[in-house]
Ligand binder design. Structure first.
Ligand code: FAD
Ligand code: S2G
Ligand code: ZN
Length: 473
C-alpha cells in the first residue's frame, strides 16, 4: 500500500490525514459516521471489478447537504483530497480512492423528499438506491426513467455523476433530459441549488449539466429532481434468435417502424455472452441456440393494441426470415427471467477469470464489427463477446482470460480505441472515464474540448481536491 502503487500516477501534494482532521470530522458527524477501522475501510477502497484499490483510512458518512458542505469546506481549507462514493458499482475505477483520499459516502443521504403526483417530479437525496426509488415510484403508478443491472446497489447520485445510460435510454432518453434539477456542493463548500422541478426554465446557463456526468470532479451531488413518466399499463418482452448481424439490423429497423412509440428497449446479446450466464450461472434460455439474440421490450397504455403491434412485428420478421425463433410474454415472472439473462452477463463473465471490458459507441451498422476483429487479434481468449444497447449504438465488448496478461492488454489497447476513433465512435459510451480512461479521452474529444474541461475544473475546484486522478487527463 505504498504511494508509488501506480507507475504512471504519482500522489499529488495533498495533506496526510492527522488527528486534528479526524477530530474535526468526528465532532461534525459523530464517532460512528467516521470510519477509520482498516477492515471496515476495505470495501470502500476496492471497486466492483476489484481492479482498482486505494488505501483510504477515513470513510465519512454525512446525512445532510449541510454536513457535506462543512466536510468539503474543511477539506478544501486543509488540502485534503476527497473521493465521492455512491453504490460503488462504477466500472471505470472512478468511485474508489487512488491513494489515501477521504471517501465521502452518500449511503446515509437516502431521504425521498417529495413527489408531485401531477407533474411526476420526484425530489430525493443523492444517496437513494435506484431500486428503492423504482419501488417507491411503482407504488404510485410512476416509473424511474432509468434502469440498469446495478439497480440494487447504485445510488441516484452516482447514476447522475456517471450520466448512466442503461436499458431504457432508447425510450426515456438520458439523464441530461430526465433530471430537471440538481443540488450540489462545490469543493469550497458552497451549495449550488439548481433543484428546479420545472420542465421549462430558461433563465441563464443550465448549470445542472455540469454535475451530470462529471463523475464527482466538479461537485458532490446532494439532491436530485427527476421526471418520472407514468408506469406503462402494457408491458411486453420478446426474446428472439437470429442468424446474422445483418438480420439483427433489419430487425431493429422493423422494430422502430412497426412498434414505433411503444418500443422501449432493444438489446443485443451474442451467443458467447448468453453462454456466460447459461454455463456459469445456470440460467436457462427460453429458445434454442442462435448466433444472436435480441431482447425487445415495449411500454404502452393498452395491452390489446400493444400485443397486436408486437405480433404484427414478429410475424413480418419471421416471414422475412430475419427471426428464426422467438418468444414473447407479458407475464411478469417470464419477463423478469428474460431480463435476468441480459442483466447477469456482467456477473457471468467474471467466472471466466479476468475481464477486459469495453463500453463503446459506434454507428449502428458497425455495432458488432469490432467483435470478429477482436476475436482475430486475441486468439487464446477464453471468450470474446459483444452485447449491449443496440438501440443506442452502445456495445459492451468483453475479452476474458483465465488471468490478467500484459501482452494481451497491448494487443487490445490502444488498437480498440483507434478503431473506435476512426469510426468517430466513443471510447466510453455510458460508464464514464474514471481512473481507467483519462489517457484515452483524446480519442473521442478534441484538444479544445479537453482544454475547456481543464479550465472548468480549475474554476470549480482550484485545489483539485475532488476526485483527483480521474476524468481529466
Ligand atoms: P459509484 O460507483 O459509487 O461512483 C461512480 C462515480 O460517480 C465515481 O466517479 C464517484 O466518485 C461519483 N459519484 C458517486 N456519487 C456521487 C455524488 N453523490 N456526487 C458526485 N459524484 C458522485 N452503467 C450504465 O451506464 N449502464 C448500464 O447498463 C450499467 N449496467 C451495470 C451493470 C452492473 C452489473 C454493474 C456492476 C454496473 C453497471 N453499470 C452500468 C455501471 C454503474 O452501475 C453505473 O456507472 C452507476 O451509475 C454507478 O452508480 P454508483 O452509485 O454505484 O456510483
Ligand atoms: C450492461 C454492464 C457493464 C459491463 O450490462 O449494460 O453496462 O460492461 C453494462 O458488463
Ligand atoms: Zn450498459
Amino acid at each position: 500500500l505504498t504511494k508509488d502503487r501506480y507507475p504512471q500516477v504519482k500522489r499529488r501534494d495533498f495533506a496526510e490525514l492527522n488527528e486534528k482532521h479526524l477530530g474535526y470530522f468526528k465532532n461534525l458527524l459523530g464517532e460512528n459516521r467516521v470510519i477509520t477501522d482498516k477492515d471496515e475501510c476495505q470495501g470502500f477502497n476496492i471497486d466492483w471489478l476489484k481492479s482498482v484499490r486505494g488505501y483510504s483510512q477515513c470513510i465519512l458518512k454525512p446525512k445532510t447537504t449541510q454536513e457535506v458542505s462543512e466536510i468539503l469546506k474543511f477539506c478544501n481549507d486543509n488540502r485534503i483530497a476527497v473521493c465521492p462514493q455512491g453504490g460503488n458499482t462504477g466500472l471505470v475505477g472512478g468511485s474508489v480512492p487512488v491513494f489515501d483520499e477521504v471517501v465521502l459516502w452518500t449511503g446515509l443521504m437516502n431521504d425521498i423528499i417529495s413527489l408531485d403526483e401531477n407533474s411526476g417530479v420526484l425530489v430525493c437525496q443523492s444517496g437513494c438506491i435506484l431500486e428503492n426509488l423504482e419501488n417507491f415510484a411503482d407504488e404510485r403508478d410512476l416509473m424511474i426513467p432509468l434502469d440498469l443491472g446495478a439497480k440494487g446497489s447504485c445510488h441516484i447520485g452516482g447514476n447522475i455523476s456517471t450520466n448512466a445510460g442503461g436499458l431504457r435510454l432508447l425510450r426515456y432518453g438520458n439523464l441530461h433530459g430526465s433530471v430537471l434539477g440538481v443540488e450540489a456542493v462545490k469543493a469550497d463548500g458552497e451549495v449550488i441549488d439548481c433543484t428546479s422541478a420545472l420542465k421549462k426554465d430558461n433563465t441563464g446557463y443550465h448549470l445542472k449539466h455540469l454535475f451530470i456526468g462529471s463523475e464527482g470532479t466538479l461537485g458532490v451531488v446532494t439532491k436530485v429532481a427527476i421526471q418520472c413518466p407514468p408506469k406503462p399499463r402494457a408491458l411486453n418482452v420478446a426474446f428472439l434468435g437470429l442468424e446474422s448481424f445483418d438480420d439483427v439490423l433489419a430487425c431493429l429497423r422493423q422494430a422502430k417502424r412497426q412498434l414505433g412509440e411503444i418500443l422501449s428497449s432493444c438489446e443485443l446479446i451474442d451467443n458467447p455472452s448468453l453462454d456466460a450466464v447459461t454455463s456459469h450461472l445456470n440460467l436457462k434460455s427460453p429458445i434454442s441456440v442462435y448466433p444472436f439474440y435480441m431482447l425487445i421490450e415495449t411500454h404502452g397504455s393498452s395491452c390489446d393494441h400493444d400485443e397486436e403491434k408486437m405480433h404484427g412485428f414478429l410475424e413480418s420478421c419471421m416471414s422475412d426470415g430475419l427471426v428464426r425463433d422467438g418468444t414473447t410474454t407479458n407475464e411478469i415472472g417470464k419477463m423478469k427471467a428474460i431480463w435476468e439473462l441480459r442483466e447477469s452477463i456482467t456477473e457471468g463473465l467474471l467466472h471466466d477469470g479476468y475481464v477486459f471490458k469495453y463500453d463503446i459507441s459506434l454507428p449502428t451498422r458497425e455495432f458488432y464489427s469490432l467483435v470478429p476483429v477482436m476475436r482475430e487479434r486475441v486468439k487464446d481468449a477464453v471468450r470474446v463477446c459483444g452485447y449491449g444497447h443496440l438501440g443506442d449504438g452502445n456495445i459492451h465488448l468483453q475479452v476474458t482470460l483465465k488471468e490478467f496478461n500484459e501482452e494481451v492488454l497491448r494487443i487490445i489497447e490502444p488498437f480498440i480505441y483507434e478503431y473506435t476513433a476512426k469510426l468517430r465512435g466513443s471510447v466510453s459510451a455510458e460508464h464514464g472515464v474514471g481512473f481507467r480512461k483519462p489517457k484515452y479521452i483524446h480519442y473521442s474529444k478534441s484538444p479544445g474540448a479537453i482544454n475547456l474541461m481543464k479550465q472548468l475544473k480549475v474554476m470549480m475546484d482550484p485545489k483539485g481536491i475532488l476526485n483527483p486522478y480521474k476524468v481529466i487527463p
